[in-house]
Write a protein that binds this ligand. Structure first.
Ligand code: CDP
Length: 243
């Protein structure tokens, strides 16, 4: 079904982007050579690094699954990633993001061949300007592929949202903080590359059903653009490995 067009009241974005325009994207794999897999994903002022370690035997023993390996994701922002220093160590926010990222990736990894093991994915944010969980997911999916972990398909993520009754793609921090009395709406989402399954969809703020449909359609398109960049970076790494 075609998405319904929403009248735009939010005429201009602070950085001059079109409503459906994502910030400049950069991606690279192999950024941490000692890891089994690693990747960097950047959109505008947000940068994420992901490192994969494993599969390795899981301790303690009672946490093991004799049928398949376990995926474990840990997300954190570096102390210097925003103007106010981030306190090191887990917080409610980092634990929530770790969990939703784990679910989003668990849908595509296939650890049947690795019983009793764990695959650890560490996501770190050296620089944040909103959308860190989606940037982290993009980096993590690439790092898993780079590590050679069997995956049924890729995962690509993007945050869409609403500011001043207008649907926008790739919400930055200024837009997230935008206040028109209603406040901005932030919708991070992730989608799989082949079957187009949504593996992450969170909603913070207010939005109508029609607007949500429009936002999801715009988000799907943006995830397609992200996927191209992820695949290009993975191919480049493959070519370098063979040289
Ligand atoms: O980063 P993401 O949009 O996935 O999650 P959020 O909780 O909605 O955070 C939005 C943004 O707020 C982050 O990307 C950071 O730029 C900023 N932030 C911050 O300045 N201090 C924090 N303790 C947490 C987030």
């Amino acid at each position: 079904m075609a998405a319904k067009k929403v009248d735009s009241l939010y005429k201009k974005r602070s950085d001059g982007r079109k409503m459906d325009e994502i910030r400049p994207i950069a991606a690279k794999v192999g950024v941490v050579p000692s890891a089994d897999g690693s990747a960097m994903f950047e959109t505008g002022g947000t940068r994420a690094i992901a490192v994969v370690r494993g599969p390795r035997v899981l301790h303690p023993q009672n946490k093991r699954n004799p049928q398949k390996g376990i995926l474990r994701v840990s997300y954190g922002m570096m102390p210097f990633s925003v103007w106010d220093r981030i306190r090191p160590g887990p917080s409610r926010r980092s634990e929530e993001i770790s969990k939703v990222s784990e679910w989003a990736l668990d849908a595509v990894v296939d650890l049947d061949a690795f019983p009793n093991t764990v695959v650890d994915v560490f996501i770190q944010i050296p620089q944040a300007d909103a959308g860190t969980r989606v940037a982290g997911l993009n980096a993590a999916a690439m790092a898993l592929a780079h590590a050679g972990i069997p995956m049924k398909e890729m995962v690509s993520a993007m945050a869409v949202g609403k500011a001043d009754k207008t649907i926008i793609v790739d919400v930055d921090k200024d837009e997230e903080d935008f206040h028109d009395g209603e406040g901005a709406t932030d919708i991070p989402m992730a989608i799989t590359s082949r079957t187009k399954k949504i593996t992450l969809l969170q909603l913070d703020g207010k939005i109508s059903t029609e607007e949500l449909k429009t936002a999801i359609e715009m988000g799907k398109k943006a995830c397609g653009d992200v996927l191209e960049v992820q695949m290009k970076a993975l191919k480049e790494a493959n070519t370098e490995d063979k040289e």
